[in-house]
Ligand binder design. Structure first.
Ligand SMILES: [Zn+2]
Length: 92
């Protein structure tokens, strides 16, 4: 097994770990709890597996294209109504 040297510190070696992968997609957050990643045992630098990232990007692009095809129009975001102000009470 040839351990990869860390790009950041140049001293540590990468260890293959499973790490949560988070990706923000607009207003959504994509979470992969056990993504393959390399973790430097000296400086703690973390890098995700390139094959994994490539496949993730491919999947995301597919999903984005798909959703854009399905709803061509953007739906306006419904905003909660401003608090209704009760009409001033009339005093006699
Ligand atoms: Zn390092």
């Amino acid at each position: 097994m040839s351990a990869l040297k860390c790009d950041e510190c140049g001293v540590g070696r990468y260890r293959l770990i499973n790490s949560p992968f988070l990706m923000k997609l607009g207003r959504q957050m994509l979470v992969m709890p056990d993504a393959p990643a390399y973790f430097c045992d000296v400086c703690g630098y973390r890098a995700f597996d390139e094959d994994f990232l490539a496949s993730m990007h491919y999947l995301i692009r597919q999903a984005v294209d798909d959703s854009q095809r399905r709803k061509p129009k953007r739906q306006p975001v419904q905003q909660p109504d401003a608090r209704a102000i009760p009409p001033a009470r009339q005093r006699r």
